[in-house]
Design a protein around this ligand. Structure first.
Ligand code: NAD
Length: 229
């Protein structure tokens, strides 16, 4: 069944929980070279360095709590059931910890590992990954379940189906520059959806966005969710 409302979140929804955004001045990867820790080449050049980097990020999740925007979306999911689909570009677990049950982590999930040989093998993993950690299904070497630059995002078929059929598409806390997520608004619009943006900075004269609400996620998202009919 396809949802009436599709929501896409980005790093901005977690910013007030203290998790750094990607492009802000204090960006998440300021101390690491993205080519080293966020590309397949970097991973195969030095697996241990990359696993350690994501171990560090995974451990750090415990220091952050979901905020009012995460909770509001979890409440909306309870209210709308199958009429609601949440897609996130974030790899953190704040949506789940706020109570969201069905979250599509299109760029991967820090609390999951995948298999080097078979990317369909995914498993929950909340400890530190080592060079000895293996896939429980086939015993090949594991890797972080993170979509590196140049790799295809996850769940695209399901996402495209939902965007084609939804009545409204809302994007929250995302700079809309990372594709394919940045193209969801034009795609949904071309199939007739109303498109809404909730963000600290809103696009000017964007032909694909019908409504822009500017502000901090913890203020505007709960208000918007409450008003959604
Ligand atoms: P981005 O850093 O490119 O953009 C963040 C957007 O959020 C900006 O437009 C900014 O204006 C807005 N913003 C900042 N603070 C806000 C607030 N308090 N309320 C509302 N909006 C706010 O992030 P992106 O578009 O998600 O793309 C970057 C990529 O980096 C994504 O693929 C994501 O996977 C990854 N990332 C994930 C995390 C995480 O998991 N928490 C953190 C950083 C980056």
């Amino acid at each position: 069944m396809n949802p009436r409302l599709v929501v896409l979140t980005g790093a901005g929804i977690s910013a007030e929980s203290g998790l750094r955004t990607f492009r802000g001045n204090d960006g998440m990867w300021e101390h690491e070279n993205i080519d080293d820790v966020c590309t397949p080449e970097g991973y195969y050049r030095d697996r241990k360095r990359v696993k350690d980097f994501y171990n560090f990020l995974r451990r750090g999740l415990k220091e952050h709590e979901p905020n009012a925007a995460h909770f509001a979306l979890a409440e909306l999911e309870k209210r709308l059931g199958n009429d609601f689909l949440l897609i996130t570009q974030n790899v953190d677990d704040l949506h789940e910890r706020a109570g969201s049950r069905k979250v599509l982590h299109m760029h991967g999930d820090l609390n999951r590992l995948t298999c080097e040989r078979n990317p369909d093998h995914k498993f929950v993993f909340t400890e530190d990954e080592t060079m000895d950690t293996v896939c429980p299904f086939c015993e090949s070497m594991s890797r972080p379940d993170i979509v590196f630059f140049g790799e295809p995002p996850l769940y695209m078929d399901r996402i495209q189906d939902a965007l084609r059929q939804c009545e409204e598409f809302v994007y929250i806390g995302t700079s809309s520059v990372v594709y394919p997520a940045a193209g969801f608004k034009s795609f949904a619009k071309s199939y007739g959806a109303k498109v809404t943006c909730l963000n600290l900075e809103v696009p000017e004269n964007d032909p694909y966005t019908d409504i822009c609400i500017q502000g901090k996620a913890t203020e505007i998202v709960p208000r918007w969710c409450k008003a959604f009919k």
